[in-house]
Design a protein around this ligand. Structure first.
Ligand SMILES: [Zn+2]
Length: 368
């Protein structure tokens, strides 16, 4: 039997106003902290953090938007200068990715405070490092995940509902992609097989999306915290991150990645939105049942996630563009995480059929 590996963040804390109790949760890490956040998050949250960390020294550093080697080196310099004993990253995926690298390089405990529930990067043990032009320069994997992830719903609920929905789109891919890896003994992101625990976290996240996703989205649109909102916040931040790393990735993101970098087309969707459409394409390629496709298409449509090329901002696609997208998918590493060889024709056909099904759902039609 091959090795099975499970990894997750050291402690996950979620609650309303939890940032006001930050010291209670992380005070054991030391007396001197470096807090990294964007300009707007510093404006909104600096006082709360300063008050809650009373008696401790907290140095604040403004993050300027890109997880680059230059930003990492700069922050490491500040850590060394101040003798920081722990790092707190407050913000979205880019802040999280940046402080994960610095904490690993300096061997310090790490706290992540997500301010939008749009990505599952917060709990993971990996970072994407970008060049100044926005292309990926490096992917780094770390021996362990962040020590504490603190999700304050009082902060999160102020964010745009569109990002909350995007988080659900990213979460939707976790079980769809991960179950292919588990069923076929492909490696997870830790280089081992998925555990039963990892598989069931992924499955649970998928089921909870259909059970509570729509009402959670309504709560997010109205900036109120309800039970459903709490459940989907946990799905988006904890279960989706834990689920994808511990089960593995297959074609679930690839149809989205295939659309990136088309000449003359600007990207109109955020990560989780593109992934939601990619899941539709993957399910079509896999020959998913009408029942499953119906559930996924209705869900995406109801929470404003893309189900057609037009929703993706890809109106009037040319044959050349479709060919390019299909070839892009074939170049992705995880394309081999499928039970049989995936061909150009299969990918191209899935793109076209997925878009047509989406159009049918927009016009009130149904596969059932
Ligand atoms: Zn993703």
């Amino acid at each position: 039997m091959k090795t099975k590996i499970l990894g997750c963040c050291g402690r996950y804390i979620q609650g309303y106003g939890e940032l006001e109790r930050l010291q209670k949760h992380i005070g054991w890490m030391g007396d001197r902290y470096l807090c990294v956040a964007s300009k707007n998050r510093l404006r909104d949250l600096k006082d709360i953090i300063t008050n809650s960390m009373e008696g401790k020294e907290v140095v604040f550093h403004q993050f300027d938007g890109e997880c680059s080697f230059a930003a990492i080196d700069e922050i490491r310099g500040i850590v060394e200068e101040n003798g920081s004993q722990a790092i707190i990253g407050v913000g979205g995926g880019k802040v999280a990715d940046t402080v994960k690298v610095v904490a690993h390089q300096c061997g310090l405990p790490l706290v992540i405070v997500p301010t939008i529930a749009a990505t599952d990067a917060y709990t993971s043990a990996a970072s994407l490092i970008y060049r100044d032009d926005g292309t990926v320069e490096d992917v780094q994997n770390f021996p362990h995940s962040p020590d504490v992830v603190l999700a304050d719903t009082k902060v999160l609920v102020k964010g745009p509902a569109r990002f909350f929905a995007a988080g659900m789109g990213d979460a939707l891919s976790t079980f769809v992609g991960g179950s292919v890896c588990v069923d076929n003994n492909f490696d997870n992101h830790f280089g081992g097989l998925g555990t039963v625990t990892g598989y069931h976290v992924a499955k649970l996240s998928y089921d909870l999306l259909f059970k509570y996703g729509r009402q959670a989205y309504l709560a997010a649109q109205n900036h109120v915290v309800t039970d459903a909102y709490n459940i989907i916040t946990e799905v988006n931040i904890l279960m989706s991150g834990m689920g994808f790393e511990n089960t593995g990735s297959s074609l679930d993101h690839l149809f989205y990645f295939g659309t990136l970098g088309l000449p003359g087309r600007e990207e109109k969707v955020v990560h989780g939105e593109g992934v939601a459409f990619s899941v539709c394409c993957m399910l079509v390629l896999q020959g998913a049942s009408n029942e499953q496709l119906d559930a996924v298409y209705r869900f995406n449509r109801d929470v404003g996630l893309p189900i057609t090329f037009e929703d993706m901002g890809l109106e009037y696609l040319t044959d050349e563009e479709l060919d390019m997208m299909s070839n892009n998918v074939l170049k992705e590493a995880f394309v081999v995480h499928h039970p049989y060889d995936v061909t150009f024709e299969m990918i191209r056909s899935a793109y076209i059929a997925a878009d047509k099904i989406g159009k049918m759902y927009h016009e009130g039609g149904s596969l059932l």
